[in-house]
Design a binder for this molecule. Structure first.
Ligand SMILES: [Zn+2]
Length: 304
């Protein structure tokens, strides 16, 4: 059973506190993983206040304890307090990840701007987000990333087309079933897409049928399957902080079941890209998550 852990880092405290703890836990268990870091400012306060205005958010916030999880400084970041930098504030944390054998990829520049405004940014706006993110990455690590993971699993035709020309080995922008090639505006893109295949913890936490940690563990162990590639996205802000122990328990249980943990760049290197199915990228909703995400559409007729 192959398991790829995709760890998204959305915030300043996520990189400062969550990433070192996750790295230490994974290293102690001898487990490989890929980290995707937002390279620009932490405007998560803006996102949190935006969703507070949405119906149903408050209930979810209390259910998932978002504020106690993120902390007051983050809730205010980019609102009445200035946005703090994420990657640039902790370059050593990022270099340490690579030194310890983890993959480091890019999770956008301004996570909130990308997630909220991708369809209004236009080509110049999206290009600027990507170029700034890759510049910060190069300033810290001295090279280019193998992989890009779209903030909030949101992408569009412009972003996909621009990313296809950036020399990546893969993208992980969507939710879906298995690696595929994206058909965009009648063209098949060269860069393979490796979708997240398993629901995230914040999507399932608080479900009435999953009342406690033990039920959540059972649910997750049922999600991981031997007959497909399991790509599990976790967050530095949740599994790296309040839920570190429960995530460590899950990793241990997966190891006991013989899971082989693989980095996404290694996976991408072993893909036979020309043989991957061709799918459109569609928009979908996911239980427990607000708004739309990009998803793997049905496979199109093989067209070479
Ligand atoms: Zn994210």
């Amino acid at each position: 059973m192959d398991v790829a852990l995709k760890i998204d880092v959305d915030t300043h405290p996520g990189l400062k506190l969550g990433v070192p703890r996750l790295a230490a836990m994974l290293k102690a268990q001898g487990v490989a993983a890929s980290f995707y870091v937002s390279m620009g400012p932490d405007n998560s306060g803006k996102a949190i206040w935006r969703v507070i205005r949405n119906r149903g958010f408050l209930a979810k916030m209390f259910r998932t304890r978002a504020v106690s999880m993120y902390g007051l400084r983050t809730v205010l970041s980019g609102t009445i307090l200035p946005a703090r930098q994420i990657a640039r504030a902790f370059p050593e944390v990022i270099r340490n990840l690579r030194r310890r054998g983890f993959e480091v990829g890019v999770h956008g520049y301004d996570h909130v701007r990308w997630q909220d405004r991708i369809d209004r940014l236009g080509e110049a706006g999206i290009r600027a987000e990507l170029e700034e993110a890759f510049e910060v990455f190069a300033a810290i690590l001295g090279d280019r990333p193998a992989g890009f993971a779209a903030p909030g699993w949101r992408t569009n035709a412009t972003a996909l087309r621009l990313l296809d020309n950036m020399g990546l080995s893969y993208r992980s922008d969507t939710r879906g079933r298995a690696p595929f090639r994206c058909a965009v505006e009648g063209r098949i893109l060269a860069t393979p897409e490796i979708p997240t295949t398993i629901p995230t913890m914040d999507e399932v936490m608080g479900r009435p049928d999953l009342p406690d940690g033990a039920a959540l563990q059972r649910f997750y162990l049922e999600q991981f399957r031997a007959d497909w590639l399991n790509v599990h996205t976790v967050h530095a802000e949740t599994e790296g902080m309040a839920y570190l122990e429960s995530f460590a328990t899950l990793v241990r249980a997966l190891k006991e079941r013989g899971a082989r943990f693989v980095r996404l760049d290694e996976l991408a290197g072993n893909l036979k890209v020309a043989e991957l199915p061709v799918c459109e990228v569609i928009r979908a909703t996911i239980p427990g998550r607000a708004g739309w995400i990009s998803a793997q559409g049905p496979a199109l007729e093989a067209s070479g």
